[in-house]
Design a protein around this ligand. Structure first.
Ligand SMILES: Nc1nc2c(c(=O)[nH]1)N[C@H]1C(S)=C(S)[C@@H](COP(=O)(O)O)O[C@H]1N2
Ligand SMILES: [Mo]
Length: 330
C-alpha cells in the first residue's frame, strides 16, 4: 500500500525521508501572508525579473539567441592555488546528475533532463539599490576585466550531502567594488529568474514564492570566498548547476548559493530569503555550516559524499573558519 501526496516545500529534505510536520497549516499561513503582502516582495521581484527579461527579449529579436542546445563551451581561466581540498573532487557526471533546482523539479536526478530547454543566452543581470553603478548588463559584461579563476571548493547541502567541485568564476568582491555600493548598502540581495515557460517547476509548484531569492550581508558578499560562478569542470556552467551565473558561498548551506541570478540589489535592511520565508525554524538567514547545530529534523554532524557514498564528519563553516569566522565573532 502506498499513497501519493502532493509535494510541499517541507519535502525539501527528501534525502532524509523526514515527515513534514504541520505542513498543511504552515503552507496555508504562508500563502495567506503572500497574498496579504501582495504588493511587497512578490511584486517587487517580478518587476525586477521582467526588466532583465525585457532586455533579453529585445536581444532575442536581434537574433542573439542560443537555441539552448549548445554544450557548455571551454573557458579560459587560471587555477587559484590557495583553495585546495582535503578530499577528492566529485566526479563531474555525478555532480551534473544530482542537483537541487526547484524551478525545474524537486527530483534531484531529473534536474539535468528538465533543464535542457532552459535558455541561458542571452542573459542579463540587473544591478539596483544603494550603489552608484546601476542598470541591466549582459552577465559577461558585468564580470568583464576580472580574470576568471578556478577554485576547488567543498559544497555542503543542508540535506547532509556534500561534494567537492572546481568552480570557475570571479570573486564577488571585485564586482561589488566596480558597482560602488553607498553607505546605505548593508546587505546584498540576489534574485533568480522567472521563466515558467521554460521551468516546469515554476508552473506546477505554485506554492513556492517564485522567483527564488537569497541574500548576504555586505561583508559576507565581499568575503574572499564568495564567488560569482560562470563555470565548473573547465567549462561554462551546465544549466542544471545554475547557468549562466550563480553565487557560491562554500561556508554556508547550499541554498544560500542562488542559481541563475537576474538581479543583484544593494539594500539597507536584511532581505527576506526563499527558504527562510517558507520554514523559518529550519532555514535561517545566516545558515553557516555547523555540525553542532542539528536541523530540527536530523543531525548535521556528518555528511554523505554524493559519488562515493562515504560519510565524513562535517566541519564548522564547512572547513572555511579561518576565512570567515571573524565575520561572526560577537
Ligand atoms: N535558484 C535556485 N538556486 C538554488 C536552488 C534552487 O532550487 N533554485 N537550490 C539550492 C540548493 S538547496 C543547493 S544544495 C544548490 C545545489 O547546487 P548544484 O545543483 O549546482 O549542486 O543550489 C542552491 N541554489
Ligand atoms: Mo541544498
Amino acid at each position: 500500500m502506498f499513497h501519493i501526496r502532493r509535494r510541499a516545500p517541507w519535502d525539501f529534505l527528501r534525502e532524509n525521508q523526514a515527515t513534514p510536520e504541520p505542513v498543511y497549516r504552515r503552507r496555508r499561513e504562508f500563502l495567506k501572508k503572500m497574498i496579504l503582502g501582495g504588493a511587497g516582495l512578490g511584486a517587487a521581484s517580478l518587476t525586477a525579473s521582467a526588466c532583465a527579461a525585457e532586455k533579453d527579449k529585445a536581444r532575442i529579436a536581434n537574433g542573439e539567441q542560443d537555441t539552448g542546445a549548445a554544450p557548455p563551451a571551454a573557458l579560459n581561466y587560471t587555477r587559484n592555488p590557495k583553495y585546495v581540498l582535503d578530499r577528492p573532487l566529485t566526479k563531474e557526471e555525478t555532480a551534473a546528475k544530482y542537483n537541487n533546482f526547484y524551478e525545474f523539479t524537486t527530483d534531484k536526478e531529473r534536474v539535468h533532463q528538465l533543464t535542457e530547454k532552459f535558455i541561458t543566452k542571452p542573459w542579463s543581470v540587473e544591478v539596483a539599490g544603494h550603489c552608484e553603478v546601476k542598470g541591466t548588463f549582459d552577465y559577461m559584461d558585468l564580470i568583464k576585466g576580472v580574470p576568471l579563476e578556478e577554485r576547488l571548493y567543498r559544497f555542503r547541502c543542508v540535506e547532509a550531502w556534500a561534494m567537492a567541485v572546481p568552480w570557475i568564476g570571479v570573486p564577488l568582491a571585485k564586482i561589488i567594488e566596480k558597482l560602488k555600493p553607498t553607505a546605505q548598502a548593508r546587505y546584498v540581495r540576489f534574485v533568480s529568474f522567472l521563466k515558467p515557460e521554460e521551468a516546469p517547476g515554476q508552473k506546477t509548484q505554485s506554492w513556492y514564492p517564485w522567483p527564488y531569492y537569497e541574500g548576504l550581508t555586505l561583508a559576507e558578499a565581499m568575503n574572499e570566498l564568495t564567488l560569482l560562478a560562470v563555470g565548473i569542470y573547465g567549462k561554462e556552467t551546465p544549466k542544471q548547476h545554475g547557468a549562466p551565473i550563480r553565487v557560491i558561498t562554500p561556508w554556508k548551506y547550499g541554498y544560500k548559493s542562488a542559481k541563475s541570478i537576474v538581479k543583484i540589489e544593494f539594500v539597507y535592511a536584511q532581505p527576506k530569503t526563499f527558504w527562510n520565508d517558507l520554514a523559518p525554524d529550519e532555514y535561517s538567514f545566516e545558515s553557516n555550516v555547523n555540525p553542532e547545530v542539528p536541523h530540527p529534523r536530523w543531525s548535521q554532524a556528518t555528511e554523505r559524499m554524493i559519488d562515493t557514498g562515504e560519510r565524513v564528519p562535517t566541519q564548522p563553516y564547512n572547513g572555511y573558519g579561518e576565512m570567515v569566522a571573524h565575520l561572526y565573532s560577537r
